[in-house]
Design a protein around this ligand. Structure first.
Ligand code: NAD
Ligand code: IPM
Ligand code: MN
Length: 349
């Protein structure tokens, strides 16, 4: 029997609660299936930073490298540690070090969940570039605190980086409806986004079965609200994809439902699975965080590991739960009540 080794990083705030919930569901799905799964938990978080001076130990990346996958809750507690320190000390280095260049974020309404839109029949798969672009980290500040102060932060778009994310998106589109929307802003950003569009157009030649449309990011944001059913696979640069996927979360009923996979498609390092949401300091400690985003992310992890039946069983249990009206109204059910309902809905073997 195969036993997977998973690095679990609950992180901060509600990250701790939703990761605990997700792990309970993963263990139950594994017990019902024919594989084993073991967690090694790492306490890397803002509290860890306050104790040790770093978000993870210096060999943290090397430690994670040997795992089959990483399950993460959320990172950040701005009242204790600046976000620019905590995220650059843990989450963002993992995405880059393990070349998790494809951040995959599904946006659709679960049964029983009412989103804020009239449209209900949408199923959008956002593919976000996850290692470069606006998040490349190239920049600096000079004359800090002086009138002459300058801050520069340069986006970096490499041919390698742009080609691989677009290829990933074209592949997804060819497996789904054959429709791909590419987020651009080439009317204003005449170097990086013109380059992005050129690579998109060149790759379209290789995928004649995919119909690709380039939308300026502003118009695409509006389209996601006004006509989400007209979209299928959406591909975007790092920052555009970040913003678009909180919007995606909103139209699917809220951040409590938005799952994500940070994939290393070459599979030469672990991929990481985490909800789109953050540590939610406003509700942390109240026991009301919706664990569905984290549990759905865990299902994406099992799917990526090749445990398709277990992944489908979890998705079925999530929807059986929401279809009963559990976990569908913000704050109405506790994290634990939603988790228990999902556990009850899981087939027991
Ligand atoms: P957030 O996603 O934590 O919260 C935004 C809003 O959504 C809040 O009102 C929150 O209560 C609500 N919300 C989020 N998840 C929910 C859930 N599961 N159930 C119910 N409601 C939920 O975003 P923020 O407030 O901008 O960020 C808080 C901290 O988290 C910051 O430090 C930020 O940098 C960090 N952050 C981390 C990640 C990550 O680790 N992947 C993602 C986003 C934000
Ligand atoms: C996300 C988050 C992160 C991002 C932050 C916390 C750095 O918002 O995963 O969407 O911008 O990638
Ligand atoms: Mn985000």
């Amino acid at each position: 029997m195969r036993t997977y080794q998973i690095a679990v990083i609950p992180g901060d705030g509600i990250g701790v609660d939703v990761t605990k919930a997700a792990w309970q569901v993963v263990e139950a799905a594994a017990a019902a299936g024919s594989f084993g799964i073991e967690a090694t938990e790492f306490p890397w978080s803002c509290d860890f930073y306050l104790e040790t001076g770093a978000m993870m130990p210096p060999d943290g990346i090397d430690t994670l490298r040997d795992f089959d996958a990483i399950l993460l809750g959320a990172v950040g507690w701005p009242a204790k540690v600046p976000d620019s320190v905590s995220l650059h000390g843990l989450l963002l280095p993992i995405r880059k070090a393990f070349t998790q260049y494809a951040n995959v974020r599904p946006h659709r309404l679960l049964k029983g969940v009412e989103g804020p839109l009239r449209a209900t029949a949408f199923d959008i798969l956002c593919i976000r570039e996850n290692t470069e672009g606006e998040y490349a980290g190239a920049g600096g500040r000079v004359h800090q605190g002086q009138m002459e102060e300058v801050a520069v932060e340069t986006s970096i778009f490499t041919r390698r980086g742009v080609e691989r994310i677009l290829r990933f998106a074209f592949e997804q589109a060819s497996r789904r409806s054959g429709r791909l929307a590419s987020a651009t802003k080439s009317n204003a950003q005449k170097y990086s986004m013109v380059f992005w569009d050129e690579v998109t157009a060149a790759m379209a030649e290789e995928y004649p079965s995919v119909e690709v449309t380039s939308y300026h990011i502003d118009a695409l944001a509006a389209r996601m609200v006004m006509a989400p059913e007209s979209l299928d696979v959406v591909v975007a640069s790092n920052l555009f994809g970040d913003i678009l996927t909180d919007l995606g979360a909103a139209i699917q009923g809220g951040l409590g439902y938005a799952a994500s996979a940070n994939l290393n498609p070459a599979d030469d390092a672990p991929s990481m699975f985490e909800p789109v949401h953050g540590s939610a300091p406003d509700i942390a400690g109240l026991g009301v965080a919706n664990p569905i985003a984290a549990i759905w992310s865990a299902a994406m992890m099992l799917e990526n590991l090749g445990e398709l039946q277990a992944a489908e069983a979890i998705m079925g249990a999530i929807e059986a739960t929401t279809a009963q009206g559990i976990g569908v109204s913000p704050g109405a059910d506790t994290t634990d009540a939603i988790t228990q309902a999902i556990l009850r809905a899981l087939p027991s073997s």
